[in-house]
Design a protein around this ligand. Structure first.
Ligand code: PLP
Length: 447
């Protein structure tokens, strides 16, 4: 395999670059100076011009086992040559059941059934639909409201942006789903700046749910969805006791609690799921990304036995849930998922993430006092460094920092003026140090 891109691809004309409308990307900026990667191995990408980039972000929160790990790539290759596709409706294939069982074995408590889809966005929309349908099949069809949270990211489907809490992702796209309300977010620099792990202040923010229940009445509310650790809006870590309070209040009022674990599942926090680390069991967990270590698109929802069994009550031979995707449990994704979970287990990567969390935390917090830094927060192998915004130009400093780090051979993620870090679980101490040293250098030379 070559490590450089074919010469003709390097000479893409402006029109050819424009053929691809890139997602969540400053297209014109990118196309004026493309950042193309052509190869990946372990902790590193190789760029089209042959530079090695240390990946501080596991691709996009997903390649938890590191890049191009042989056991996973070989399983995918083998499956592609054995059976490319199996119909997903009224038929299936053995790997789908094997993977579902492996996921269920890792999942907390009563979460015993998996519904497969192809992305985090689909997983969220599936979970919201299952919540509404569960109440309906249980004789509570008036429970139609969904509660999300400010600063939440739940993907880009209409369900996900409706319960999500990011203005830029919502304002262009009409009126959203009806009947959605939002909890306040938990981010507070005055109280919690430079926290390590879960911040102390903020459990009472969960009581806002009682206010929404008083406003709408519990009998109209189907579900509350939160990321146990909100990743995409800048690593917002739940205050101590907050998730437990949400669980208590939802249970008290017969409201389902959904954890969107698209980022926090599969070792990112040093446990199988965020639910394990925080000691709170929701009624559903959405996942994606790490389930295949980012190699083949896959997502899913893990549901409790109560939910699954409620659907299994009607006449046999009828379809219980009118929902699914052509590529639900695609054979390549299942092969990749099984191999990824096996690799996580063989190499004890979730435990490794838990062990590396302390050196990762220390290294990142050593940036305290560096120019522009107004907060640092860490949990498991996730961290964020928040920068002071330039007056009137929110996000500009963060974007420049991201670009400069990339030029210096380190990939991080930028959201607004927050730099986020989520390396593969195989990261070594020296690589953590390289990431932090690069960020320090970048920040010290940045306006
Ligand atoms: C918590 C959460 N939910 C949903 C999504 C959407 O996933 P996808 O981009 O695979 O649709 C993401 C993506 O980062 C996420 O972080």
């Amino acid at each position: 395999m070559t490590t450089t891109i074919e010469p003709e691809l390097l000479q893409l004309s402006a029109d050819q670059l424009d053929a691809y409308w890139m997602p969540f990307t400053a297209n014109r900026q990118f196309k004026s100076s493309p950042r193309l990667v052509v190869k990946a191995e372990g902790m590193y990408y190789t760029t089209h011009d042959g530079r090695r980039i240390l990946d501080g972000f596991a691709g996009l929160w997903c390649c938890n086992a590191g890049h191009c790990r042989k056991p996973i790539t070989e399983a995918i290759q083998k499956q592609a040559a054995t059976m490319d596709y199996a119909p997903a409706f009224q038929m299936s294939h053995p790997l789908a059941f094997e993977l579902a069982n492996r996921i269920v074995a890792l999942a907390p408590g009563a979460l015993k059934h998996v519904f497969f889809c192809n992305s985090g966005s689909e997983a969220v929309d599936s979970a919201l639909k299952i919540a509404l349908a569960w109440h309906r099949v249980s004789g509570r069809g008036e429970r139609i409201r969904l509660i999300g949270r400010e600063r939440a990211y739940h993907g880009v489907g209409f369900g996900g942006i409706s319960v999500g809490g990011i203005a830029a992702n919502r304002k262009m796209f009409g009126a959203m789903l009806a009947g959605v309300d939002h909890l306040p977010h938990t981010h507070n620099l005055e109280k919690n700046a430079f926290s390590r792990g879960q911040p102390v202040w903020g459990a009472q923010l969960a009581d806002e749910l009682e206010r929404l229940v008083a406003l709408h009445d519990a009998s109209t509310i189907a579900a509350v969805i939160v990321e146990p650790m909100a990743g995409s809006t800048g690593v917002l870590i739940p205050p101590q006791g907050y998730l437990q309070r949400l669980r208590d209040i939802t249970r008290k009022h017969g409201i389902l609690l959904i954890f969107d674990e698209v980022i926090s599942a599969f070792g990112r926090l040093g446990t199988s799921f965020g639910a394990d680390l925080f000691g709170v069991e929701p009624d559903m967990i959405t996942f994606a990304k790490g389930v295949t270590s980012g190699t083949v698109p896959m997502g899913g929802v893990i549901v409790s036995s109560d939910i699954y069994q409620a659907f299994m009550a009607g006449a046999k031979g009828t379809i219980e849930l009118f929902h699914g995707y052509t590529y639900s449990a695609h054979p390549l994704a299942c092969a990749a998922g099984i191999a990824a979970l096996q690799l996580y287990e063989q190499e004890q990567l979730f435990q490794r993430a838990a062990q590396m969390a302390a050196p990762f935390e220390d290294a990142l917090h050593s940036l305290k006092g560096t120019r522009h830094v107004i907060d640092i927060r860490t949990i498991g192998l996730v961290g964020a460094v928040e920068l002071q915004s330039r007056p009137g130009a929110v996000g500009a400093r963060g974007f420049e920092a991201y670009l400069r780090a990339y030029e210096k051979g380190v990939l991080v993620r930028q959201t607004g003026d927050i730099l986020a870090f989520a390396p593969a679980l195989i990261i070594e101490k020296a690589q953590i140090d390289q990431i932090v040293a690069t960020v320090r250098e970048v920040l010290n030379t940045l306006d």
